[in-house]
Design a binder for this molecule. Structure first.
Ligand SMILES: C[S@@+](CC[C@H](N)C(=O)[O-])C[C@H]1O[C@@H](n2cnc3c(N)ncnc32)[C@H](O)[C@@H]1O
Length: 292
C-alpha cells in the first residue's frame, strides 16, 4: 500500500481551505499556546486566542469525516496569580460551532522539571481535548489495551463476595462494577490518563511533543490507510509517526525551516512538498516537487 505524506507550507487558516470536505480521519495537533514562545513563532494573547482559533476549527469541522476525531493538545498557563480561561472559553465556542466535546485526556508528564512557585505546584500535565462531529465515531479500543498486571491479585484478594458482583461500590474504591471477570484477562482497557515522558527524539523544535503521544491516538482512532492531519505540524512528529504506522498524513506549517526539518525526518519516498501560494485546486494533483 502506498502511503502519502504531504507537507503544506503556509498559514493553516488559508491552507485548510484547499482540503476536501469530509476527507480526514484524525486531526491531531498542538497549536501555539497563548503568549508562549513569542520569539520562536509569534504569540497570540489569551484574550484574542478564541477569536484567532475559531476560523481554524470551522475549517477542521468541514474537513473531518463524520466518523473522525479531532484531538487538541493544549494547556493554559497561569499569569498574575490566575489560570487563564481561554481554553475553557474555546471549548464553549467550539460547541456552538457544532463540535461535540466528547472527552478530555490528560497527558501526565512523568519527568517534568522540578520547581518552586509561591502559590502553586509545578505543571505536570497537559490537556488532550477530544472533539467529534457525531456521537458515533470510529474508535479502536482494542488497539490500546494495556497489561492487566499483578495489582489485580492483591486488590481483588481484599474484596468481599458482594464487591465482586455488579453493584454500587460502598467504599468508593472504583470496584463498583463487577471486576472479577477481568481477573483472568491478560489485558484491560486503559484510563484517560496517559503517563508519558516529555523527551522527544527531535531537539530542533522548541515545542515538539514525544512520538508516543500521537502514536497512542493514531492507534485509537485510525486504521491502516486512513488519513491524519496536523495543521500545526512543527517538526512533523505526527506525520512521522503516521507514516511509520501506515497512515496517510498531511502536515501544515507556517515556518519554512520547520517544513524542511520535517522533510529531513520523514522517509523520503512518499514526501511531496507543496507551495500553497499556487492556486491548484486540489493539492493532491499538482505537487511542486516530489522528493524520492
Ligand atoms: C506547538 S508547535 C507544534 C510542534 C509539533 N507538535 C512537533 O512535535 O514538532 C506549533 C507549530 O505551529 C506553527 N504555527 C503557528 N501558527 C501557525 C499557522 N497559523 N499555520 C500553520 N502553522 C502555524 C508554529 O510554527 C509551530 O511550529
Amino acid at each position: 500500500m502506498m502511503i502519502r505524506t504531504d507537507i503544506l507550507q503556509g498559514d493553516c487558516r488559508d491552507v485548510l481551505a484547499t482540503l476536501a470536505d469530509n476527507s480526514i480521519d484524525l486531526i491531531f495537533t498542538s497549536p501555539p499556546y497563548a503568549d508562549q514562545r513569542k520569539t520562536t513563532y509569534g504569540g497570540i494573547t489569551p484574550d484574542r486566542y478564541v477569536e484567532w482559533f475559531l476560523p481554524i476549527t470551522e475549517q477542521l469541522l468541514r474537513v473531518l469525516k463524520p466518523t473522525g476525531t479531532f484531538v487538541l493538545n493544549i494547556k493554559e498557563k497561569a499569569a498574575k496569580g490566575e489560570r487563564s480561561t481561554y481554553v475553557l472559553e474555546l471549548i464553549l465556542e467550539m460547541r456552538k460551532q457544532g463540535w461535540l466535546w466528547t472527552e478530555e485526556f490528560i497527558w501526565h508528564k512523568k519527568n517534568c522539571y522540578p520547581g518552586k512557585w509561591s502559590n502553586r505546584f509545578r505543571d505536570a500535565w497537559e490537556r488532550l481535548l477530544q472533539f467529534n462531529k457525531d456521537r458515533r465515531f470510529n474508535m479502536y479500543q482494542e488497539a490500546v489495551m494495556v497489561p492487566t498486571g499483578d495489582w489485580k491479585h492483591k486488590r481483588l484478594a481484599k474484596l468481599s463476595a458482594t464487591d465482586k458482583i455488579r453493584d454500587t461500590s460502598k467504599t468508593v474504591s472504583g470496584f463498583g462494577k463487577n471486576i472479577s471477570h477481568w481477573l483472568d484477562r491478560p489485558q484491560a482497557y486503559p484510563s484517560n490518563v496517559l503517563h508519558l515522558a516529555t523527551e522527544c527524539a527531535n531537539k530542533n523544535h522548541s515545542a515538539a511533543f514525544p512520538e508516543a503521544l500521537p502514536e497512542w491516538f493514531i492507534k485509537l482512532f485510525t486504521q491502516d490507510g486512513n488519513t491524519v492531519l496536523d495543521p500545526f505540524m512543527g517538526s512533523g512528529t505526527t506525520n512521522i509517526v503516521a507514516q511509520r504506522m501506515g497512515r496517510n498524513s498531511i502536515g501544515i506549517e507556517i515556518q519554512t525551516e520547520y517544513c524542511e526539518l520535517a522533510k529531513q525526518r520523514l522517509e523520503p519516498a512518499a514526501i511531496k512538498l507543496f507551495d500553497i501560494k499556487q492556486n491548484y485546486g486540489t493539492f493532491t494533483e499538482n505537487p511542486l516537487y516530489a522528493v524520492h
